[in-house]
Design a binder for this molecule. Structure first.
Ligand code: 5GP
Length: 142
């Protein structure tokens, strides 16, 4: 497998070189809104440790990602009045991975509403900002 590339876009977000709409952070993970969401509230959860994908992350680092993913899913469900939550993770190009720093997609789902295709429409920045503020506040409380 290809080695971890420290210049991937999520590594740049972790280093603060590129902005993001942050919703949650602790010592081990960062979560922020996907800039091209497939549904409202589409969030990405990433480890602070360098890992290309599920195939090279350590178990200890992945536990932190899994814990935060569960927390965000449970808070996002009522906040976005979703009917379900979809968790997706791609490992390697053949699976659909495009950014090579492990990330879990947390995607609210609404009955009868199809997902937008991946990475197509850049969301309205004001809408993303509002969603991130609401989600961050709900995560703080919960
Ligand atoms: P994957 O690698 O699992 O296919 O998906 C990468 C995801 O990252 C896509 O859903 C895409 O919309 C998102 N993405 C790509 N570039 C950026 C960025 O600069 N900021 C944020 N927040 N998301 C991004």
């Amino acid at each position: 497998m290809t080695a971890y590339d420290t210049n991937n876009i999520f590594a740049k977000i972790l280093r603060g070189e590129i902005p993001c709409f942050k919703v949650y952070e602790n010592d081990h993970v960062l979560a922020f809104l996907d800039i091209m969401p497939r549904a409202p509230g589409h969030t990405l959860v990433i480890p602070k440790a360098p890992a290309r994908n599920l195939l090279d992350i350590t178990e200890a680092d992945f536990v932190h990602v899994a814990r935060a993913t569960r927390l965000i899913a449970r808070v996002a469900m009522p906040l976005f009045k979703a009917d379900g939550i979809m968790i997706v993770q791609f490992s390697e190009p053949a699976s659909g991975q495009e950014v090579y720093h492990l990330h879990m997609h947390v995607i609210p789902r609404f009955a009868g509403v199809a997902l937008l295709p991946p990475a197509t429409v850049k969301a309205d920045m004001a809408a993303l900002k509002e969603q991130a503020t609401l989600l961050a506040a709900a995560l703080k409380d919960g």
